[in-house]
Design a protein. Structure first.
Ligand code: HEC
Ligand code: HEC
Length: 306
């Protein structure tokens, strides 16, 4: 009996390790460039009217996203989609809800040049950064060609690489270093049994595929949301988005691309309905909520000094 139990536990945890590996403790990055990138990430000089910085819509000390339904950017203009988290974004297979940027380098140009976000041009970025003697000196010592648009983006991305959140309770559980409570464990079992894991898997529990919201029941469609359809113009791609990461999900309400669900419970209920065709009982929603709360990792501390 005991052997059978051990065997079951072992095979189950091996299987889950395969589907969801724990986050690494760190990824390699250049510390000096990352520190410079951190300053830029917090600097409103990177927006045309000095009103927003990356951190305005990506609060890295509070989940890396924005608690507003849509962010407000340049001149108080509203964006058109909910801000996703930058935490662990380095592990996403593409960036943006519809994956239009291949990686973080391509992504960073988006907000800088977006008229309702930073509203800058590459030339203006170089001008603003270059007229600050502290930045000029730092870029000249770290990059052969000093302040260029490409180097500004490189420094920001170097900082983004540090934004990973290891040691969540779930990761410690995966490594056999801690136990989940009965409810959390049951929530994890339900997460697999209902099939949430078929989309939310891999190192980020998402971030590695595209899927439709509304597989079973159609979800309201609005053309202002940049989905896959906006790129491919294939009608089947309406409401298809990158499956979002569930890491630190308890810290990043409101949920969905339209920010329409204020709580985790509402988001789980909607997911079960729209994407699995099931009306989930309240107790199951509660246990999955408890499980999802174990996905909150340690906030990045390696670059604490600002
Ligand atoms: C005005 C708010 C705002 C500002 C300022 C802003 N962002 Fe964003 N960010 C967003 C929104 C909204 C999205 C989603 C856009 C989309 O997918 O179409 C996003 C997406 C991202 C993503 C993709 C995450 C993912 O999972 O796909 C990254 C990375 C990111 N931003 C980094 C940055 C950086 C770096 C800066 C500063 C240069 C910045 N953002 C400035 C609102 C903002
Ligand atoms: C068919 C693939 C698929 C399945 C199955 C699925 N999801 Fe999702 N999930 C998505 C997609 C795509 C989104 C983004 C939807 C949107 O924003 O419109 C999402 C969004 C979410 C969000 C909100 C994330 C955020 O940052 O806004 C949560 C929470 C979530 N899913 C949990 C679950 C749970 C729990 C289950 C199982 C009951 C589940 N999902 C099943 C694809 C899936």
């Amino acid at each position: 009996m005991k052997t059978l139990f051990l065997f079951t536990v072992l095979s189950l945890s091996l299987w889950s390790l395969e589907a969801i590996p724990p986050l690494p403790q760190s990824v390699s990055y250049n510390v000096k460039k990352a520190l410079l990138g951190k300053e830029l990430f917090f600097d409103t000089a990177l927006s045309k009217d000095y009103s927003v910085a990356c951190v305005t819509c990506h609060n890295i000390y509070d989940g890396g996203a924005d608690r507003r339904v849509v962010s407000t950017g340049f001149a108080g203009k509203k964006g058109n989609i909910q801000s996703p988290t930058v935490l662990n974004a380095v592990f996403n297979f593409r960036q943006f809800w519809n994956g239009r940027a291949r990686d973080l380098y391509e992504q960073a140009k988006g907000p800088l040049e977006n008229p309702v976000e930073h509203n800058m041009t590459p030339k203006l970025v170089v001008e603003r950064v270059g007229k600050n003697p502290h930045y000029r000196e730092a870029f000249e010592s770290l990059y052969k060609n000093g302040v260029t648009y490409k180097n500004v983006i490189d420094a920001i991305v170097e900082f983004e690489k540090t934004l990973i959140t290891p040691n969540s309770k779930f990761d410690l559980f995966l490594k056999g270093k801690t136990k989940l409570t009965q409810k959390e464990m049951h929530g994890y079992t339900l997460f697999k049994r209902y099939g949430c894991i078929s989309c939310h898997n891999g190192i980020n529990m998402g971030g590695n595929s595209f899927a439709k919201i509304g597989m079973f029941f159609s979800y309201p469609y609005k053309k202002e949301y940049p989905d896959r359809y906006a790129i491919t113009h294939d009608p089947l791609d309406k409401n298809v988005f990158k499956v979002p990461t569930l890491r630190n999900i308890a810290l990043t309400p409101p949920y969905f691309h339209d920010g329409s669900r204020a709580t985790l419970q509402e988001a789980i209920k909607a997911m079960a309905h729209y994407n699995l065709g099931q009306e989930m009982p309240k107790e199951d929603i509660e246990d999955i909520t408890d499980f999802l709360k174990t996905l909150t990792g340690e906030l990045p501390r390696n670059l604490d000094a600002r």
